[in-house]
Write a protein that binds this ligand. Structure first.
Ligand code: RRO
Length: 315
């Protein structure tokens, strides 16, 4: 049974991908995740200038959900150059360079610098829910803003495919995805974290996070993520590859996300629950299910929930 996926000519030995923001920002951390079986790596969101994040505590985790308000800390382009450069020399699995910026113009400038490092893909983070006080509503909340960033990045990205990372915190994600597709996006990543949410410490009677609120991730958000990916697949007529993520912790979760329309599946919060082995284990679980069900190629499953004719003839 074949788990490999080829996206815009880049081969992934299996569909699991490290989600942005997890496992630090270093080449050695990314290589470690690759050694544990990830099919691909997404970097933490990278700025070209230094940006300080929020004060601690920045993460709360339970078996059902996590809340984070890390606040986009990053040390700037020199660090990106060193770490991405060092990773690309060995390049055990494809690298998706996630970038962030504060304006359309700054996104273009950031993308132009990052493409010189020759990552396999760019992922454009227009959906962080944790910096609204500093930068206003995320670009992912407006079709015209999302399209403007997409166009600006595409103008400088050359042959590197550009994925736009969308937010679930919108009225209609279909309209946003369609606007990105129209503006030239080569793929969509969905979803960023949900909310923001809040958790209160009973003893102090105060919010636990220093930022008070943060984006929610973890198992509880999976149904929302699956619905968003299904909506995006429908809105883009299955023409754009989707990296689906949000609450993926098992092989069955990953298969469900692929049936909704994802070609690759991001794993983040589940690392706290299952350790780094989650990548190899999720792949094994997918493989076992496919073997039992007689599925020869994982790519057959992508978007299968949309193929009503196939479903109605099978059942
Ligand atoms: O750094 C963060 O606080 C963060 C980012 Br950039 C993001 O895109 N999503 C999120 O939940 N946290």
């Amino acid at each position: 049974m074949n788990l490999s996926q080829t996206i815009h000519g880049i081969s992934f030995t299996n569909p699991t991908v490290l989600a942005a923001g997890m496992m630090g920002i270093t080449a050695s951390g990314w290589k470690d995740v690759a050694r544990h079986g990830a099919g691909g790596i997404t970097t933490k969101s990278m700025w070209i200038k230094e940006h300080k994040g929020h004060p601690n505590p920045v993460v709360i985790s339970t078996p059902y959900w996590s809340i984070n308000a890390v606040g986009l800390p990053y040390a700037g382009f020199d660090v990106a150059k060193e770490e991405v450069g060092s990773y690309m020399k060995d390049h055990p699995v494809p690298l998706i360079a996630n970038i962030v910026a504060e304006s359309v113009e700054a996104f273009a400038e950031t993308a132009a610098k990052m493409v010189t490092l020759k990552p396999d893909f760019l992922e454009v983070n227009i959906s962080c829910p944790n910096v609204e006080d500093e930068f206003g509503r995320p670009f992912a909340c407006s079709p015209s803003d999302a399209a403007a960033v997409t166009r600006a990045v595409k103008a400088v990205s050359g042959t590197i495919p550009v994925f736009i990372k969308l937010s679930p915190n919108v009225d209609n994600i279909k309209v946003i995805a369609a606007a990105c597709a129209e503006a030239g996006a080569n793929g969509i990543t969905a979803i960023n974290t949900v909310g923001p949410g809040m958790a209160i410490d009973l003893r102090s009677r105060l919010p636990i996070l220093a930022n008070k609120v943060g984006g929610m991730s973890g198992r509880g958000i999976k149904p929302l993520a699956v619905r968003c990916v299904a909506d995006i697949y429908a809105a883009t007529e299955g023409k754009l590859p989707i990296i689906g993520l949000g609450g993926i912790a098992t092989g069955e979760d990953a298969l469900e996300m692929m049936m909704a329309g994802a070609s690759l599946v991001g794993i983040g919060t589940a690392i706290w629950e299952r350790g780094l082995d989650v990548f190899r284990d999720v792949s094994k679980e997918m493989q076992m299910w496919c073997t039992t069900e007689g599925v020869g190629e994982i790519s057959e499953l992508v978007g299968s929930m949309h193929k009503e004719v196939l479903i109605s003839t099978k059942h």
